[in-house]
Write a protein that binds this ligand. Structure first.
Ligand SMILES: NC(=O)c1ccc[n+]([C@@H]2O[C@H](COP(=O)([O-])OP(=O)(O)OC[C@H]3O[C@@H](n4cnc5c(N)ncnc54)[C@H](O)[C@@H]3O)[C@@H](O)[C@H]2O)c1
Length: 252
């Protein structure tokens, strides 16, 4: 039980990697505050965890594009549980954008408002609670797209580059105060959002050529790294990037 007695906020908990992390944290005994925009699925994830009887979960509806909603959710978690030991900052949108010359203000705002502004203010709100208590762990969800790019994701890539930078600032500021911040950076992960690629021969050919393990990473494989970083087994690590990409970044 690596997270027994730990109060953990997981954002993006209603789907994909965030949901998988929530389930794994619950298996490890965490007291979970699940945050997401999608109320129905968020409540379902919390109910399923509570029904299994390992760990416990409460859902907090929150649109991370609103700083007011973030503050409200974190205040509610603090009032319900008294502290925040871990923030797994996972909520994000990953949509393609047009070619650089055609990117619109709407494209920019739609992605940065969640992935960059939302992630920053969520981390800041948890950090303020962690400052009061003198300890905490923040895990931000980055991406290999912070480091490599194609021509179809310029805005998304910028947000993930920003996340990696935000992690470093929090690590430097928080380290002396007992708060460590790290990034987990997945490559291609098999999620409900990406599974359609399994039927795309061209894309699968690209994957096999670029990713040495020859497949997408499983959500559980990402979640296991998030768990390790969140747990007491991971000490002395601050401001680091944990890449989970099947070797994609190692390939020339
Ligand atoms: N899937 C991949 O291959 C991959 C690779 C690298 C990084 N990531 C990152 O992992 C994270 C999760 O991605 P996923 O593939 O599981 O996607 P997903 O769409 O399955 O899950 C994202 C979750 O974030 C929530 N969310 C979106 N906007 C929100 C908002 N405004 N307020 C609150 N919640 C909001 C969604 O409701 C959803 O539950 C993202 O940050 C993504 O950038 C994913």
């Amino acid at each position: 039980m690596q997270l027994k007695g730990k109060v953990c906020i997981v954002t993006g908990a209603a789907s994909g990697i965030g949901r998988c992390v929530s389930d794994l944290f619950a298996e490890e005994g965490a007291t979970l505050a699940l945050v997401d925009l999608q109320e129905e699925s968020g409540h379902e994830v919390a109910s399923a965890i509570n029904a299994r009887g390992q760990g416990s979960a409460r859902f907090y509806a929150c649109d991370v594009r609103s700083v007011g909603e973030i503050r409200g959710a974190v205040d509610a978690v603090k009032s319900d549980f008294g502290r925040v030991d871990v923030l797994a900052n996972i909520a994000g949108v990953s949509r393609r954008t047009p070619l650089i010359e055609a990117v619109t203000e709407e494209d920019w705002d739609a992605i940065t408002s969640v992935n960059l502004k939302g992630a920053f203010f969520m981390a800041q709100s948890a950090y303020r609670v962690m400052l009061e208590q003198g300890h905490g762990k923040i895990i931000n969800m980055g991406s290999t797209r912070a480091m490599v790019s194609d021509e179809k994701h310029v805005v998304y890539d910028a947000t993930k580059g920003g996340i990696h930078a935000i992690t470093r600032s929090f690590a430097v500021a928080g380290g002396p105060k007992g708060i460590v911040t790290n990034t987990v950076a997945p490559g291609y992960v098999l999620t409900p959002m990406t599974e359609h690629n399994l039927n795309n021969d061209g894309w699968m050919g690209h994957l096999r050529e670029r990713v040495p393990i020859g497949r997408m990473v499983e959500m559980r494989e990402v979640a296991e790294i998030v768990l390790f970083v969140a747990s007491d087994r991971c000490g002395g690590v601050n401001g680091s990037v944990f890449v989970v990409d099947g070797g994609r970044m190692a390939h020339d």
